[in-house]
Design a protein around this ligand. Structure first.
Ligand code: ADP
Ligand code: MG
Length: 224
């Protein structure tokens, strides 16, 4: 799937409170791409990710997934599109505390009234090293294990692209490093595009394409 963002802008507030969180960001993502986006706190990283993934709509600009403008979809169509095509990973894991790891992983499918493919779930759990943890509740898992469960959840619906917002931000450097390795391996094995937001330069350096964002202005490192 090709993703093409054209001059995406997001302005919050009015008058004195007006903030240009994102200023005409353009970007193309092709299958298998691995991008990192770095920038200081408040520079617009999360805003960009929310727009690229259709979690939010821009003030202006267009977003094409295989040529189709997804902001043209209704909210309902857009959320179905996200559930099927896009995986998310957050800094805070966002696992539901009363559900087991397995139940958390398959939740996106259940919301779509689909049943999990057990072989695929087994393969994911194996790749992520969480086979023995599937019956545990989140509080019985370490931070790194919780994030691995969240990665499995992001992949269970076989999305085309994974967006990760500071996926290692809540982990110590060792488990953060492991999570990044797994994310890269799984992304590569499964041919997913991977977009990782980070303020850790070691994480950013692992990406094939590196972008930075400063005061809402996106640029690609090494690009013209
Ligand atoms: P980052 O993820 O890089 O820390 P954000 O994208 O969250 O930055 O925020 C970019 C700017 O937009 C910041 O100035 C932030 O305060 C502002 N902002 C983000 N979300 C909102 C919102 N819902 N309402 C008003 N301002 C917001
Ligand atoms: Mg953020």
């Amino acid at each position: 799937m090709n993703i093409e963002a054209k001059e995406l802008s997001k302005i919050y507030g009015e008058g004195e409170n007006r903030v240009t969180a994102l200023d005409r960001a353009s970007l193309t993502i092709t299958p298998g791409d691995f991008l990192s986006i770095m920038g200081p706190s408040g520079s617009g990283k999360s805003t960009l990710l929310h727009l690229l993934s259709g979690l939010d709509r821009p003030t202006s600009g267009r977003l094409l997934y295989d040529g189709r403008d997804i902001y043209g979809l209704s909210d309902r169509e857009l959320s179905a599109f996200r559930r099927r095509r896009i995986g998310f990973i957050f800094q805070q894991f966002h696992l539901l505390p009363v559900l087991t790891a397995r139940e958390n992983i398959i939740m996106p499918l259940l919301l779509d009234r689909r049943q999990p493919d057990e072989a695929y779930l087994g393969r994911l759990a194996g790749l992520l090293g969480i086979q023995e943890r599937l019956t545990h509740l989140p509080h019985e898992l370490s931070g790194g294990q919780q994030q691995r469960v969240a990665i499995a959840r992001a992949l269970i619906a076989r999305p085309d692209v994974i967006f990760a917002d500071e996926p290692t931000g809540n982990l110590d450097s060792r488990s953060g490093g492991e999570v990044m390795e797994l994310l890269k391996t799984v992304g590569k094995e499964m041919g997913k595009a991977l977009v990782v937001i980070t303020h850790d330069s070691r994480v950013a350096a692992q990406a094939a394409r590196r972008l930075t964002i400063v005061d809402g202005v996106l640029s690609e490192v090494g690009a013209e």
